[in-house]
Design a binder for this molecule. Structure first.
Ligand code: SF4
Ligand code: SF4
Ligand code: FES
Length: 247
């Protein structure tokens, strides 16, 4: 009966695939890596961060979002036979055979303290807060170090020339891993210069949406106090009901 035979074929194929997957899960192919100078065998294809856990390293500092967003897992690595040390985010980068890697240690870059709302001339204030910023020597090491492929050198120059709008656009994907700072021969922390420019752009130079401003003003004037008090008095059931019946 052709129909049954087809079903049997499908079942057999499925069982074979499943058995192969199980084999891969239980006995994955292994690769050799060097973590902080010590050699280990780890499953091929796992991330550097998982390799640290797999080999029993205690990761207290260096793990956050696990998705390439928080920048906590800044890492130096080198691939087999390549003398060049590169950078990556350990949670989003896979091990390969012969790779050597270590977490980047915290770098004590100087962070300027400022109250963004009190800045009178924010473009000029950059030179007070980060006087080293115009000393960039165009070496491009910061750009090469950036795991997010940001043109960091260009961003520093744009900040110096007051083009804060471009800086805030260019550094949209900056995860503040800080890998651009230790490589700078002019002692600039490009990420801190960029975040200053981006904050200033948002606070001082970007037009605020009128509706949001009106709503914030209404909240400040207490227009929603009664509604808020009513919500705080609601039981869980009443809250659920109110949420469900929301348009
Ligand atoms: S600009 Fe600097 S801090 Fe931002 S992602 Fe690139 S290397 Fe990390
Ligand atoms: S590493 Fe420093 S000196 Fe070199 S390009 Fe970047 S900001 Fe300029
Ligand atoms: S843990 Fe957040 S970027 Fe890697």
């Amino acid at each position: 009966m052709p129909r049954c035979e087809t079903n049997m074929d499908t079942t057999e194929t499925f069982q074979k695939d499943w058995a192969l997957e199980q084999e891969d899960t239980l006995h994955p192919p292994m690769v050799t890596v060097e973590i902080a100078g010590k050699v280990y065998q780890v499953p091929a294809g796992i991330t550097l961060l998982k390799a640290l856990w797999y080999t029993g390293h205690e990761v207290i500092r260096g793990a956050g979002c696990l998705g390439g967003f928080c920048g906590a897992c800044a890492t130096y690595y080198r691939t087999k036979d390549d003398p060049k040390v590169k950078t990556c985010l350990a949670c989003s980068f896979a091990v390969e055979d012969g790779m050597a890697f270590s977490f980047a240690p915290p770098f004590p870059a100087r962070k300027a303290i400022y109250q963004i709302s009190e800045l009178q001339d924010p473009k000029q204030d950059l030179f007070e807060l980060y006087p080293e910023a115009p000393m960039c020597r165009n070496c491009n090491a910061c750009t090469e170090a950036c795991p997010q492929s940001i043109d960091v050198r260009e961003g520093v120059w744009r900040a110096v020339f007051g083009d804060f709008k471009s800086v805030s656009d260019m550094f949209m994907n900056c995860v503040m891993c800080g890998l651009c700072a230790p490589v700078c021969i002019a002692d600039i922390a490009p990420n801190l210069v960029a975040i200053y420019a981006s904050r200033v752009q948002g606070a001082h130079f970007t037009e605020k949406p009128k509706d949001i401003e009106a709503r914030i003003k209404a909240i400040e004037e207490g227009q929603y106090e009664k509604d808020w008090e009513r919500i705080l008095r609601m039981s869980d059931e009443e809250l659920q009901q109110a949420t469900v019946s929301c348009p």
